[in-house]
Ligand binder design. Structure first.
Ligand SMILES: Cc1ncc(COP(=O)(O)O)c(C=O)c1O
Length: 365
């Protein structure tokens, strides 16, 4: 068995955290696991009901989704992102956004000699996607400073995982203009867009950013975080109709269909703002409690104006901080999981129950 493809990929970093997880788990009051951004609160009732109501789905779903789903996607993109004139051709469901991030460069036909760029500190799957197709991964501080030669795809991620940083409307506008001028495709991963705390995140599809047309730009949205649907695998992309038509064709051949009950659940989730507001309140309270406790304990928090994370440092190597907090029974992610530039930070997720967050706060006080 040849390992030609997996050998291109970075070492799966989470294995390195296992010994610290054991240390934290040995705490008499149990582990507080703040290392992964996985939702812990229930799937809202109206979404569960929609899933159950569509349980009798014996036929194959389509890759493009039902007409109801496409209506829900276009409606939400217009209503929530402020985009204008969004048609069915401008939306495409995907099977969770990680799948899309990992396989997009392959589906775009990129390979050796092409470059895929993403932020210096980033969700690791952007690099994985570049490596899977044999393209060259390139990191940036400001994408408009990149050499456009061979550059085929720029990933934006605002709000950012891991830093929580938000790109302003002006920055987004400048980046989109530069990318269009140099004929580089922009994919903007906006899965934390509805989780802004000290900043109001803006979509790349907003007319002030893109001028109301979508050539060369696609936004990526996920219901995992905003609707507690990580287990359902519900996400979609919206933007350039030509890019989406090509992806639809390829994904049809590849069988990348969102299950029919999940399509129905997505329609229900995008039609309701109440559960999103309620979930935001839960996260806002947990964030405030953890932030205050970490700062009182001597941590410095940078960025973190949005998303589900606090980007925190004790001005020491990140693994020392991981080890220190593990002794208190608190598990966090080392910043170097997101790039070498993060090696003095840890990422503290506030996706834990109120009870576990309270336990962490007590241990830090
Ligand atoms: C920046 C970013 N993009 C994409 C994803 C993938 O989300 P999902 O596959 O659940 O849609 C995550 C998950 O943590 C993320 O942080």
């Amino acid at each position: 068995m040849s390992a030609a493809v997996s050998s291109r990929l970075p070492v799966f970093p989470w294995d390195k955290l296992a010994p610290y997880k054991s240390t934290a788990a040995a705490h008499p009051d149990g582990i507080v696991d703040l290392s992964v951004g996985t939702p812990v609160d229930p799937v809202p009732d109206l979404i569960q009901q929609a899933l159950v109501a569509a349980a009798d789905s014996p036929g194959y779903p389509t890759v493009w989704g039902t007409a109801e789903l496409r209506d829900a996607l276009t409606g939400w993109v217009e209503r929530r992102l402020g985009a204008i004139s969004v048609a069915h051709e401008n939306v495409l469901p995907v099977v969770g956004s990680k799948e899309l991030v990992a396989w997009l460069p392959t589906q775009l036909g990129l390979g050796a000699g092409d470059k895929v760029a993403y932020p210096r500190l980033a969700y690791p799957t952007y690099e994985v996607g570049a490596r899977l197709c044999g393209a060259e991964p390139v990191v940036y501080d400001d994408p408009t400073e990149l050499d456009p030669a061979g550059l085929k795809l720029i990933w934006l991620n605002s709000p950012s995982n891991p830093t929580g940083r938000v790109l302003s409307k002006d920055e987004l506008t400048r980046i989109v203009a530069w990318a269009r001028e140099h004929d580089v495709l922009v994919f903007s991963d906006e899965c934390y867009l509805e989780l802004g705390w000290d900043a109001e995140p803006v979509s790349v599809l907003h007319p002030d950013v893109c001028g109301g047309t979508y050539e060369g730009i696609v936004a990526v949205h996920s219901l995992s975080k905003r609707s507690n649907l990580a287990g359902y695998r519900a996400a979609f992309i919206a933007g350039d109709a030509a890019v989406l038509a090509e992806l639809l064709l390829i994904r049809k051949h590849g069988g990348m269909m969102t299950p029919a009950p999940v399509q129905a659940a997505t329609v229900a989730a995008l039609g309701d703002d109440t559960h999103v507001a309620e979930q935001r309140t839960r996260y806002a309270d947990r964030r405030a409690a953890l932030r205050a406790a970490l700062e009182a304990h001597g941590f410095r928090i940078e960025h973190s104006e949005a998303s589900l994370y606090l980007w925190a440092t004790r001005d020491e190597p990140c693994w020392e901080t991981v080890a220190y907090l593990a002794e208190l029974g608190i598990l966090v992610a080392p910043g170097d999981f997101y790039g070498p530039a993060g090696d003095r930070f840890v990422r503290v997720a506030f996706t834990a129950t109120d009870e576990r967050v309270e336990a962490a706060v007590k241990r830090l006080s």
